[in-house]
Design a protein around this ligand. Structure first.
Ligand SMILES: Cc1cc2nc3c(=O)[nH]c(=O)nc-3n(C[C@H](O)[C@H](O)[C@H](O)COP(=O)(O)O)c2cc1C
Length: 432
């Protein structure tokens, strides 16, 4: 059972807030609701109060009859300040739906109503579930505000594609379904507040100034038991070299680092992940805000189905069979969500003849802009080595880069992104 503080803002999807509150109460959670004044033009406080069995607040200046307590909690003897008490008592703050307006306020630290004040005071995990018209969602201001919140550790529950609230509208911007919202809130309670990533030192201005680059690096590890995993030999060198090269050109760089033990670049923001599923979740969160995705991590294709939470002992068995299931294809999922102005570069670490043909197939199959192919069977290049030799496959042809260090390979890959002529702008207020 968790204490869920549900923030509801003024969009058409506010009606889904009612269903989210209902599902949460049904699942045994204690729920309090804070509404923005505008949200009450869409759904009334009486419905939320009836569903949650608790008063609904809108203004920080209004008295809370429950004195900040959640259902089942003993109220204090005094009247606390609601914007502080509610978040202090909450295990999670879920803002659903979150309007473009409220997202903008949160990104800039405004505190002009009870919900935005409470969000600023929250030490619990905060989830923001945007819902809006697709033009509003794709506007550079909203993209930047969402990226700011994500960078601060706020979990963005991405909107889906489908019919939007206004009659006849269709596109991205549809609020996630209530069951999904509740599951995300429950996950956040289980995991706790994510650490706020260290603020990177901004890169010096350069030709990629204002461009947001997302790099995946390293290799995922899929647990077998409490101490063992199925992994691969990727060190993360190629991904880290790409991040450094992009920062050299002035880009804002985020690296999703899967088990990388290399030194970190102070100009780059890092998010650490371990498994393919964690990498996928991080990619889904970060991808909407990036202009260029460089997917260099070696992601497990399969993972053990049954994972023992204790160490398996040799004395207790004469053989061990591990049954694996396929992991989700992250690039295909991301390619399906791409917006104009995004460039997607995949990597194919293959062995032997046919590697380039495989890369070409991957280019078209996954709808990518470029695929960087390397033959990891060749001695001295590829995994966990300072050098590489690659072929960059694009729709217009192949470019072979002879054996060189990974910094030079990274520069050649970024030059290819430039030559593709994509990768900035509708998304960005300050095009490079
Ligand atoms: C019919 C109607 C529907 C709206 N739907 C949305 C919406 O889905 N998402 C959004 O961001 N804004 C929407 N708006 C605009 C917001 O209501 C407006 O920005 C408001 O100031 C939001 O206030 P709040 O963020 O404090 O709740 C809508 C406005 C109207 C009149």
């Amino acid at each position: 059972m968790a204490r869920i503080l549900l923030g509801v803002t003024g969009g058409i999807a506010a009606y889904k807030g009612l269903e989210t509150a209902r599902l949460a109460v049904k699942a045994g959670h204690a729920v309090r609701v804070v509404q923005t004044p505008e949200s009450q033009r869409f759904v009334g406080a009486a419905s939320f109060a009836a569903i949650t069995g608790a008063p609904v607040l809108t203004s920080e200046f209004e008295r809370d009859p429950a004195r900040g307590a959640f259902p089942g909690q003993e109220p204090p003897a005094h009247d606390p300040a609601s914007h502080l008490a509610l978040v202090e008592n909450a295990d999670v703050l879920l803002i659903a739906p979150a309007t473009a307006n409220t997202i903008a306020k949160l990104a800039h630290g405004l505190a002009d109503n009870l919900l935005t004040s409470a969000a600023l005071a929250a030490r619990c995990p905060v989830l923001v579930a945007p819902a809006m018209n697709d033009a509003m969602w794709e506007h550079a201001a909203t993209r930047a505000n969402v990226a700011t919140l994500a960078a601060r550790g706020v979990t963005i529950v991405d909107p889906g594609v489908g019919a939007l609230g206004t009659l006849g509208e269709w596109g991205v911007g549809r609020l996630a379904e209530p069951a999904e919202l509740l599951a995300a809130a429950e996950r956040a309670v289980a995991v706790g507040t994510p650490p706020v990533p260290d603020a990177p030192h901004p890169a010096a201005p350069g030709p990629w100034d204002g461009r947001r680059v997302l790099v995946t690096a390293g290799g995922t590890r899929e647990p077998i038991d409490a101490v063992r995993f199925v992994g691969n030999r990727s060190s993360g060198r190629m991904g880290f070299a790409l991040a450094a090269a992009a920062a050299d050109r002035g880009a804002d760089v985020t690296v999703l680092a899967a088990n990388v033990a290399l030194a970190r670049d102070p100009r780059v923001r890092y998010v650490d992940v371990a498994t393919a599923a964690q990498l996928q979740a991080a990619c889904l969160q970060e991808f909407p805000g990036c202009h260029v995705l460089l997917m260099s991590a070696a992601v497990a294709d399969f993972r053990p189905i049954d994972v023992s939470d204790i160490k398996l002992k040799k004395t207790e068995r004469t053989e061990l069979t591990i049954t694996m299931e396929p992991t989700d294809d992250i690039l295909t999922a991301l390619a399906g969500q791409r917006r104009p102005g995004q460039t997607l570069v995949g990597f194919a670490a293959e062995t032997g003849d046919g590697a380039v043909a495989y890369g070409r197939g991957k280019l078209t199959r996954k709808g990518l802009d470029a695929v960087v192919v390397n033959d990891v069977a060749q001695p001295g290049i590829g995994f966990d080595t300072p050098d590489n030799e690659v072929t960059i496959v694009t729709a217009t042809g192949d470019t072979h880069i002879a054996r060189s260090d990974k910094a030079q390979i990274a520069a050649a890959i970024l030059d290819t992104v430039d030559a593709l002529g994509r990768g900035v702008p509708q998304l960005d207020p300050t095009p490079a």
